[in-house]
Design a protein around this ligand. Structure first.
Ligand code: ATP
Ligand code: MG
Length: 331
């Protein structure tokens, strides 16, 4: 595990819990997988894994609670996370199950079709065991992805982890990151709602903002979520940029202009960078600028985790992409 970077206000590990998988992508655009295709992969992936890799690349102390199979897909992921500085001691190797996988193909309109094997993969066996408990003892911040709440076991593990971190005075961030396939799981909505109530920073993609609120519109949803005690809301809007809301008002940060090669992982890199910057005591505008650079950089790189990068790379990216509309206070 790497030491926190100079200037870090307080110590402790940023931890995430959830799925690790490989992504295998079709080389051509089109509809789904109903014919033989040229494929490229395996790439290390899984939304929480991408998130925590990006945290580590920023030289913040980072750890992950997860489960992989005793296979090359698992080794590929664990070795990447370890190399990038993530504490992998709470990633269990389960010899009974294979590591999760996702096949992805882009359609002509930029939408994606997936074939997932996650729920019945080793990821489904993620639990708070002794190694996970130890990691949580030194945790100052826990990040949860909604995509990780795919079974009763994972929901319980995430709930336990959040409760443990909050009891010790740590904070929690939550990205609903909902895949349409998952809304069919009955416990899912209750688990997402519980996580919204338990978090300090909420980071939905645009339409996810109103997914869990009684209010049907953005303004109403923001007021409702802030009234729950959530301190900060960051709405990710793809090439439309990102918006930040807290009790003091709203700010919008335009996206950097880049050619979109592969949007998978942009939201995870954005969220990881925002949380890491805020935990290091950076202002909201500075944190948004770094997070936006991180998201934009990720869409320009093929492969879900391949866009994760250091502060030096983000600084260079920001210098190269000057001219982005600056932060505007709208409230
Ligand atoms: P995913 O779950 O697919 O990883 P997301 O919906 O959680 O993505 P996005 O809104 O797609 O997150 O991306 C997060 C941030 O990354 C955006 O708010 C923006 O700052 C940046 N970003 C995303 N797409 C682009 C793009 N095409 N050009 C420039 N910046 C982008
Ligand atoms: Mg997302």
């Amino acid at each position: 595990m790497q030491a926190a970077s100079p200037g870090t206000a307080s110590s402790g590990t940023i931890v995430t819990i959830g799925e690790i998988l490989v992504e295998i992508m079709a080389e051509t655009r089109g509809d789904g997988f109903r014919e033989p295709l040229a494929l490229r992969g395996p790439f290390p992936s899984g939304a929480p894994a991408i998130f925590i890799d990006q945290v580590a690349r920023l030289d913040a102390a980072a750890g992950m609670i997860a489960c992989v199979g005793d296979d090359d897909f698992g080794r590929l992921n664990v070795e990447r996370l370890r190399r990038d500085g993530v504490d992998v001691r709470a990633i269990r190797i389960d010899p009974e199950q294979a590591t999760g996988s996702a096949f992805v193909r882009y359609r002509e309109d930029g939408e994606r079709d997936f074939v997932f094997n996650i729920r019945h993969s080793a990821s489904g066996r993620t639990r708070i065991d002794a190694a996970a408990g130890l990691l949580l003892q030194g945790c100052r911040h826990l990040h949860i992805m909604g995509s990780s709440l795919f079974s009763a076991g994972l929901i319980e593990a995430a709930r336990q982890a959040a409760a443990q971190v909050r009891t010790r005075g740590g904070t929690v961030s939550f990205d609903p990151n909902v895949r349409k396939e998952m809304l069919r799981i009955p416990e899912m909505r209750a688990a997402l709602e519980a996580m919204l109530h338990a978090c300090d920073i909420f980071m939905p993609s645009g339409p996810e903002l109103t997914l869990l609120t009684a209010a049907p519109d953005e303004a109403g949803a923001i007021a409702e979520i802030l009234s729950l005690g959530v301190a900060e809301i960051v709405v990710k809007r793809g090439a439309g940029g990102a918006s930040h809301y807290d009790r003091d008002g709203a700010r919008h940060m335009a996206a950097f202009r880049v050619a979109e090669l592969d949007p998978t992982g942009a939201g995870d890199c954005f969220g990881a960078t925002f949380v890491t910057c805020r935990l290091q005591g950076m202002s909201v505008p500075d944190s948004l600028r770094y997070a936006s650079a991180s998201g934009a950089r990720a869409v320009g790189v093929r492969g879900p985790m391949e866009g994760a990068c250091s502060f030096a790379e983000l600084d260079a990216f920001i210098i190269d992409h000057r001219g982005v509309d600056d932060i505007g206070d709208t409230a």
